[in-house]
Design a protein around this ligand. Structure first.
Ligand code: ADP
Ligand code: MG
Ligand code: MG
Length: 931
C-alpha cells in the first residue's frame, strides 16, 4: 500500500525532519539546511517542499497535490512559533525567503525572493519592531523588485536593455543628485516601492499581490516554473542533470544583513577553491543583503578582514568552518548573514572547485586523515586531471610582454591556468567566434547565467566586476576555464565594442588578442606563448626536478594510489617512438594500437606506397614492397626499443588503399613519371580504385587476403625489427593484430602468413621471439562469431570506432550533419564516437568477450578506440572484465584514474550501507519512494 507522501519538511528549533542524505527529496539546499540545524549550527527556521511536488506539478498540468496547501500552512505555523512572529501580521510580521534548491546545485539558475510577506500594512510592523524605517522600506523595495522580476516577469527583454528597476533607481538618484544607493532615504525608498509596482502593472499588466499568502504561493509557483526556463535547461544539459529530478522549494524566515553596520552578509569556502590550499577563503559586505556579495555591484571584502572588523563573529565563523569540514569531510561552500551581531548560516554545500584544487584537497585530506585514499580517488573526475596538464604562460615571454608595457591590469586569480585569445564582448559573440575556430577570451563587466554557453565556448573569462565567488568565478572553476575576475580598472564598453584601462592610453577592440593568467590574475594585451605544465615538465620534458614541483608531487601521490587500486591495464595508441615514450612517462603499460600506415606518409615513403598500390603485376608490387621493408623495420625497431619489454600491438595495413593516392595534378604527374607510365593510364588506375563506401570496402584484412605479399612484408619488418632489438639486449613483445576480420577463415589466412614469416625470420636470425597473433573485433559479425574467431586469435582488441560505425550503420565522416542534432534532441544521450554506447556497441563488446573466452579462457581482451580514454567507457571496460584499455598518450593518466574509480565504485556497491549521493555528474534514477 502506498503510504501518504510527506510533501513538507520542517527545520528549526534545533531539530529538523530532514538530513543531508535526503538530497534527492529535499534538494541540496534543503537537505543541508536540515543537517546544519541537526548539528547545532544557527539556522533561521523554515521548511522545504519536496522535489516530488515539482515532479507532480509537471505531471499534472502544473497543479499541486491537494494536501500541499494544508501541509504548508501547518509548517508555516511551526516557523511562526520558532521565530515568535506571524506571517502577514500587521504588528509583528514574519518575513520569509523563497529559495529554489535542486539535487545538484545549479548556481544562479533559479532566483531567490527575499523579504516576502511585506505589504503596506506589514511594513509598518517592521518599522515599529526595528525603529528603522529606512531598513523597512529598503527591504520592501528589494522585495517588490525581486518579486516583480522573478514572479511577475518584469525584466530586460534583450541583452542591450537595462534592468527596468535599475533604470527607475538611477532616475531617482539623478533627480536627487545622489551618487550611491545608500543616499536614498526611507521616503525615497517608499516612493520606489510605488514606482516599481506601477512599472510592473504598466509593462506586464500584473497587479502586485498585497496578501502575503498570495505572494507566497506566487513565489512557490515561480520556483517550480523556473525548473523549465531556458537557462536551467542549458545548465542541465552541460552538467548532465536529468529533467526528471525537479527542484525543491525552501521557505525560510528572514534574517537581515542590511540592518546597519553591525550587520552583513557573506559567502565563503572552507578551503581555497582555486588552488586548493587549506585557507579560509571568502568575502563579505557590511550592511548588505542577499546576493549583493556575488552580484558584483559592490566589491566585497576578503574574509581575513573580518578578523579585524569583528573578531568575535570571525572566530564563530571559523569554528563553524572546522565543524563543517569535520562533519562533511569535504571542502564546503557556505553562505551566512550577520544580523546585528548575530551569525546565521543560510547555506552550505560541497564546494565547487577547479581540477587543480580538487586534486590538491583530496590528497591533503588523505594526509590529514580526513578521508581514505579510495574516497580521494572517488572525488576527482578523471577529466579534471587535464588541468594539471594544461599549459601555463612561458615566464620569459610574459616578462617580455610586461617589459613592453603590455600588462594592462591585475584582477583576481579566480581560475588557474593561462589563456590567450581574441576578445569577445558577449556570450553570443564568443560562441560565434569559437565556432569559426578562433580561440576566444570572453570579456564582460560581469557574467550572468545567460552567458554560460559563451563561457563554455571561451578559453578563458575576464570580468571587470565581482569577487572570487562571483558568478563568473564560480562557473569558470566548475568548467575548468581560466578566469580573472573583478578586474576593476578595465573599462568595458559594450556599445563601442572596446576595452580600455583606467589611467592608461590603451584601447583594445573586440577581436584583438588578450592574454589572462588565472594563476596570478594578470591581464596582458596581445598573445603570449604558453609552455607545458609542471607535470609535463617533470614527466615529458624532464626540465623540472620532481622535488621542485609540489604540483607534480600531488599528482604523483594520487596516481600512485590509483595504480595500486586498479585492475585494468592501461595501454596507449601510438604510432611513433616519441609518442610511445610520452605515453610511458604518463604510465602506459604497453601499446594497444600501433597503426602501421601512419608511417606511410613520412618523407618520400609515400612514393613507394603509391607504387605498391598501382602496380599491375605481382613483381612490381613486390619490388615496391621491398622498398618499404627497411623503412618499416626501422620504425618498428624504434618502437620496440622505447617499449623496452612492454607489449606492443602492431596492426597490419588497414585503410582503403586509395587514401594514399595522389589527389593533385602535380603529384599525379610525378607519380606517373616515377612509374614510367602515362598520366592517363595512372588516372584510369586511380579511377578504378574508387569506392562508393570505402569504409565498408577494400580495406582491413581484405587487403592482405587479396595481396598476401603486403602482410608478408609487414610481418617480416616486425620480426626482423624484433630480432634486431632483442639482439641489443632489449626485451620485445610483439603482438600482431589483424584488422577488420569478420570470419575465422579470414583470420586464419592472415595468421598463417604471419606465423610462417615469423618462423623464417627467427630461423634466419637465430633468435626466438615470444609473440601473439590476434585480431581486432570491429564488425558485429566478429563479435557474434567470437567463439569461432578465438579458436585462432590469441587476443582481441575491440576497435570501438569502427564497431560503433558498423553497429549503428553510421559513417563517422558523414555524421556531422545530423549527429549533433541527435544529441541535442536527446535521441542519443551523447556522441557514441566519444562515449561508448554501452547499451548497443557495449553489448557487442560484452558478447564478444564472453564468447571469445568460452573458447579460450585466457584470451587477452582490450579496447583501442577513442573510448579507451573516456572515463565512463573505461568503467564499462572494467565491469566487462577486459584486460586493458588503450588510449592516446595524453589520456593515459585519465584512464588510470578512471580505472581506479571503477574499482572504488565496485567496492562501494558491494557494501551497500551508507549510500551517500554525490549528486553530481552521474545520472541517477528519480526515487519515487522514500523511507
Ligand atoms: P542560490 O541558490 O542562488 O544560492 P539562495 O537561495 O542561496 O540562492 O539565496 C541567495 C542569497 O539570498 C543567500 O545567499 C542569502 O544571502 C540570501 N537569503 C536567502 N534566504 C535568506 C534568508 N532567509 N534570510 C536572509 N538572507 C537570505
Ligand atoms: Mg540565485
Ligand atoms: Mg545560495
Amino acid at each position: 500500500m502506498a503510504k501518504k507522501s510527506k510533501y513538507v519538511y520542517f527545520f528549526g528549533n534545533k531539530k529538523a525532519e530532514g538530513k543531508s542524505e535526503m538530497k534527492n527529496l529535499l534538494g541540496g539546499k534543503g537537505a543541508n539546511l536540515a543537517e546544519m540545524v541537526n548539528i547545532g549550527l544557527p539556522v533561521p527556521a523554515g521548511f522545504t517542499i519536496t522535489t516530488e511536488v515539482c515532479t507532480y506539478y509537471y505531471e499534472n498540468k502544473k497543479k499541486y497535490p491537494k494536501e500541499l496547501k494544508a501541509d504548508v500552512l501547518a509548517a508555516l505555523k511551526r516557523v511562526e512559533a520558532a521565530m515568535g512572529a506571524k506571517f502577514g501580521d500587521a504588528k509583528n510580521p514574519l518575513l520569509v525567503s523563497v529559495r529554489s534548491g535542486a539535487r545538484a546545485s545549479m548556481p544562479g539558475m533559479m532566483d531567490t525572493i527575499l523579504n516576502l510577506g511585506l505589504n503596506d500594512e506589514t511594513v509598518k510592523g517592521v518599522i515599529e519592531k526595528t525603529n528603522n524605517p529606512r531598513f523597512a522600506y529598503d527591504s520592501y523595495r528589494r522585495f517588490v523588485q525581486m518579486y516583480g522580476d522573478v514572479v511577475l516577469g518584469l525584466k530586460p527583454v534583450d541583452k542591450h536593455e537595462e534592468d527596468p528597476f535599475e533604470v527607475i533607481i538611477e532616475k531617482k538618484k539623478n533627480d536627487n543628485g545622489f551618487k550611491f544607493d545608500t543616499e536614498l532615504t526611507a521616503d525615497h525608498l517608499k516612493e520606489l516601492v510605488e514606482e516599481f509596482k506601477a512599472a510592473i502593472k504598466e509593462k506586464t499588466g500584473n497587479d502586485f499581490p498585497t496578501k502575503p499568502m498570495d505572494q507566497l504561493w506566487g513565489a512557490i509557483g515561480a520556483v517550480f516554473g523556473s525548473w523549465d526556463n531556458e537557462r536551467a535547461i542549458i545548465y542541465r544539459k552541460i552538467n548532465n542533470i536529468p529533467a526528471e529530478w525537479g527542484t525543491a522549494v525552501n521557505v525560510q524566515s528572514m534574517v537581515f544583513g542590511n540592518m546597519g553596520e553591525d550587520s552583513g552578509t557573506g559567502v565563503a569556502f572552507t578551503r581555497d577553491p582555486a588552488a586548493g590550499k587549506n585557507l579560509f577563503y571568502g568575502e563579505y559586505l557590511f550592511n548588505a543583503q542577499g546576493e549583493d556579495v556575488v552580484a558584483g555591484i559592490r566589491t566585497p571584502l576578503p574574509i581575513a578582514k573580518l578578523k579585524e572588523d569583528d573578531p568575535k563573529i570571525y572566530k564563530q565563523l571559523n569554528d563553524i568552518r572546522n565543524i563543517l569540514e569535520k562533519h562533511y569531510k569535504d571542502m564546503m561552500d557556505i553562505e551566512f548573514t550577520i544580523q546585528q551581531g548575530n551569525l546565521w548560516m543560510l547555506q552550505c554545500r560541497v564546494g565547487k572547485r577547479t581540477g587543480f584544487a580538487a586534486i590538491k584537497m583530496a590528497v591533503d585530506m588523505v594526509k590529514e586523515r580526513l578521508i581514505s585514499k579510495e574516497e580521494a580517488i572517488n572525488r576527482i573526475e578523471p577529466n579534471q586531471l587535464n588541468q594539471l596538464l594544461r599549459p601555463i604562460f612561458d615566464l620569459d615571454q610574459k616578462k617580455v610582454a610586461v617589459g613592453e608595457g603590455r600588462l594592462l591590469a591585475k584582477g583576481l586569480n579566480a581560475g588557474p591556468g593561462a589563456a590567450s585569445g581574441k576578445i569577445a564582448l558577449s556570450a553570443q559573440d564568443a560562441e560565434d567566434m569559437a565556432n569559426k575556430g578562433d580561440k576566444v577570451i570572453l570579456v564582460r563587466i560581469e557574467t550572468s547565467p545567460e552567458d554560460i554557453k559563451g563561457m563554455n565556448a571561451a578559453e578563458g573569462i575576464l570580468t571587470a566586476r565581482g569577487g572570487m565567488t562571483s558568478h563568473a568565478a564560480l562557473v569558470a572553476r566548475q568548467m575548468g576555464k581560466v578566469c580573472v575576475a573583478g578586474c576593476g580598472s578595465l573599462k568595458i564598453n559594450y556599445r563601442d565594442r572596446t576595452v580600455g584601462v583606467e589611467g592608461k592610453d590603451i584601447l583594445l577592440k573586440e577581436g584583438d588578442y588578450i592574454s589572462i593568467d588565472g594563476t596570478t590574475g594578470e591581464v596582458i594585451s596581445g598573445k603570449i606563448e604558453t609552455k607545458p605544465s609542471e607535470v609535463i615538465q617533470v614527466l615529458l620534458n624532464k626540465t623540472l626536478d620532481p622535488k621542485d614541483s609540489p604540483v607534480y608531487q600531488t599528482y604523483a601521490s594520487l596516481m600512485n594510489w590509483a595504480d595500486k587500486l586498479r585492475r585494468l591495464n592501461i595501454r596507449t595508441n601510438a604510432d611513433q617512438p616519441d609518442q610511445a615514450a610520452n605515453a610511458i612517462a604518463f604510465g602506459a603499460e604497453g601499446i594497444g594500437l600501433c597503426r602501421t600506415e601512419h608511417m606511410f606518409f613520412g618523407g618520400d615513403r609515400i612514393m613507394s606506397v603509391r607504387k605498391m598500390i598501382v602496380s599491375d603485376t605481382l613483381e612490381d608490387r613486390k619490388a615496391a614492397l621491398a622498398e618499404l621493408l627497411p623503412l618499416q623495420r626501422e620504425d618498428f625497431a624504434g618502437i620496440f626499443e622505447v617499449m623496452n619489454g612492454l607489449p606492443a600491438t602492431i596492426r597490419t595495413l588497414d585503410p582503403p588503399l586509395h587514401e594514399f593516392l595522389p589527389h593533385e595534378e602535380k603529384e599525379t604527374n610525378e607519380l606517373a613519371e616515377a612509374l614510367n607510365i602515362s598520366v592517363d593510364k595512372l588516372k584510369q588506375k586511380i579511377d578504378s580504385l574508387h569506392e562508393f563506401n570505402p569504409m565498408l570496402g577494400f580495406r582491413g584484412c581484405r587487403l592482405g587476403v587479396l595481396y598476401p605479399e603486403i602482410t608478408e612484408m609487414q610481418a617480416r619488418a616486425i620480426f626482423e625489427a624484433a630480432c634486431d632489438t632483442q639482439a641489443k639486449g632489449i626485451k620485445v613483445h610483439p603482438e600482431v593484430m589483424i584488422p577488420l576480420v569478420g570470419d575465422l577463415k579470414e583470420f586464419k589466412l592472415q595468421e598463417k602468413i604471419v606465423r610462417q614469416v615469423a618462423q623464417e625470420v627467427m630461423k634466419e636470425k637465430g633468435r626466438k621471439i615470444k609473440y601473439l597473433v590476434g585480431t581486432m573485433i570491429e564488425l558485429p559479425r566478429a563479435a557474434v562469431t567470437a567463439d569461432q574467431i578465438a579458436k585462432g586469435a590469441e587476443f582481441f582488441s575491440f576497435g570501438t570506432n569502427d564497431l560503433t560505425q558498423t553497429t549503428f550503420g553510421l559513417s563517422r565522416d558523414d555524421a556531422g550533419k545530423f549527429l549533433p542534432l541527435y544529441v541535442q534532441n536527446e535521441i542519443l544521450p551523447s556522441d557514441p564516437f566519444e562515449v561508448l554506447d554501452q547499451n548497443g556497441v557495449g553489448q557487442l563488446v560484452k558478447m564478444g568477450t564472453e564468447k571469445g573466452r568460452s573458447t579460450r579462457p585466457d584470451l587477452k581482451v582490450g579496447i583501442c578506440g577513442e573510448h579507451g580514454g573516456e572515463p565512463s567507457s573505461v568503467e564499462f571496460c572494467h565491469r566487462t572484465g577486459l584486460n586493458y584499455v588503450s588510449c592516446s598518450p595524453f589520456r593515459v593518466p585519465i584512464a588510470r584514474l578512471a580505472a581506479a574509480r571503477a574499482v572504488v565504485k565496485e567496492l562501494s556497491a558491494s557494501k551497500p550501507k551508507k549510500t551517500k549521493s554525490s549528486g553530481k555528474g552521474k545520472k541517477k534514477k528519480v526515487s519515487k519512494k522514500k523511507k
